[in-house]
Design a protein around this ligand. Sequence first.
Ligand SMILES: Nc1nc2c(ncn2[C@@H]2O[C@H](COP(=O)(O)OP(=O)(O)OP(=O)(O)O)[C@@H](O)[C@H]2O)c(=O)[nH]1
Ligand SMILES: [Mg+2]
Length: 656
Amino acid sequence: MPLYTFKKITPVPTSNELQDIVLSGTNKHTPTVVHKQYAIHRIRAFYMRKVKYCSQSYHDKLALILEEFPLLDDLHPFYGDLLNVLYDRDHYKLALAQLSIAKKLVDSIGTEYCKYLKYADSLYRCKQLKRAALGRMTSVIKQQSASLAYLEQVRQHLGRLPSIDPVSKSLILAGFPNVGKSSLMNVITNANVDTQPYPFTTKSLFIGHTDFNYTQWQVIDTPGILDHPLEERNVIEMQSITALAHLPSCVLYLMDVSGSCGYTIQQQAQLFKTMRPLFSQKPVVLVLNKIDICPMNQLEEEERKIIEEIKGMSTLCCECSCYKPELYGELKTKACGLLKETVTQDRFSGKKGELLLNKLRVTMPKKRDDIARPAVAAPVIKEMETDEIEPEMTQCQKELIKYQHDFEAYERGEIPWSEYMKEREKYILDNDEWRYDVIPEIVDGMNIADYVDPDIEKKLEELEKEEQEQLLTATMEFDDSMKLSEEDQKLYEEIVEAQGVLKAVSKAKKGNENNRIENMTRGRSRNELQEHLEDLGIDTETAHQTSKLAKSKSRSRTKSVKRGRDIPFMEEEETNDKRGRSNSRKRSRSNSLIRKGEEHSMPRQEMRDKAERLRRKAIDALHRQSRTGESDRKHDIERPKWLLAGKRTAGTHDWR
Ligand SMILES: Nc1nc2c(ncn2[C@@H]2O[C@H](COP(=O)(O)OP(=O)(O)OP(=O)(O)O)[C@@H](O)[C@H]2O)c(=O)[nH]1
Ligand SMILES: [Mg+2]
């Protein structure tokens, strides 16, 4: 879990964006329609809400920025100094302070104008006050445009900073530019830092991780440092100085002994001497790099002397080359070991160490006498070991134990089946027959097979036979009692036949063509059938009329579908009816039945047409009315006068 989450800071909007967000939010989240007819308290509340919402939105946005940006005084000195180097402490503090002032100003404008709105006496005044309030708030935000832009840049840069843990152990690579710091970093860790054969390739801090003694260690690559006064150092160099000054670490000071970096050994030694006070409390390893190009024995006497001199100032000295794994491996082990030692020493030195040691107490007991006291096992365990069984146990219990033991051994596949059966011969049971039972579990001298009745199948068969016989006799008795006399039988048949006829008639009523009654039914003529039905007391005349009607109905429907082909037939039918209407009229009306009495009440065709027209008109009006009822919600288009009728241009609409 990182200590600082700079990457999670919310993007800072520009002043224009902030205005847009807040003003459109105010419009969106507050009501937009007001009328001058409203009671004044309602109008005031409407505008007050807008002013309050706007000021609260500005307040929230600014508060979020102030909350998320870290306060320099709360940060670890390393990050505090790094921010100072990168973004200038004063500038940073000033930007945040200005935003804080803007927030307070917006709040005070909001409360002030809400107070004024309480005394506004018309919609116009309320509106003007709201405009003034929102305008003033926006002007305040406009003034913060520079601070907001600066903070956004800081946010973007902070997000790109390496997440260095300022309290955990780290190895810092320092030295002149181009001495091979990044190359060493790349071979020790997987950081993959850019390396080039020219100075100042690395321009900011880089972090990598390496494992040593099952713990993770930070390795920090720093930009190169030149030997000049602190005041003249640029931002790139100052980052290295910050890291060297504040991180609890082991400093690896790299020296290019080959001189291929462009700086002499004297210059590099001088820098080491200048920088030494900066890390006086930390272990320093002097790394003589690029040994592969120029081994130590090829160095001049003077150079060797200088190196010997600064060796004395460092804790440790190592020769190294990133092309010799054994050398940089050894360097890593030595540096990590040194740092670990220093950290442990630091912990135990001072008050903290004393407190820690006070909590520990190691006791070394002295010998009382020379009597030997070996470890003693419990008697039960001993018995188990010697396989002795207690004498109080009955023989059967012992056997049972044996049986379980053997059975488990058989289950595990340790003894074969034959041996398992042999073991069974030793069982002492009440009855010897139980010895080889398939299910040997015995409850009160019985096993489950003893409870099964051997005659159960036989008994079941007998029971089923008896049941079948009883069923047969019962059906025969029922048939005898249901026999009809001859007369009754005839009457029954006639009733069945009549029912059939009635069914056919009802089907014909429904107009199903397939079920139409034919002239001949079941070998009898229609007249015969009619007579027969009348004998039975059924009114055949009505049935006949209905069936006729059904026929005409069904035929007309067919005609409407296949109009072109059936016209001659239809005309013939209509002339038979002698209704005296025009062909077209007849065709259109053929689908509906003629209303009863219509012909008698209105003998003339024109009158009938007029009546029909009036009827339709009345129905149409009814239909139209039925579309909207009292309960239906009406949406009258409302034109907000205060928006549309005001002074808009210098043209015709400026009368208000
Ligand atoms: N022969 C040899 N060349 C090396 C060794 N270490 C680094 N170099 C070369 O030295 C050059 C500079 O290496 P860098 O790792 O970029 O040096 P640096 O100290 O990080 O340089 P800055 O980032 O500019 O400060 C590169 O061309 C490397 O190939 C080494 O052990 N032996
Ligand atoms: Mg580098």
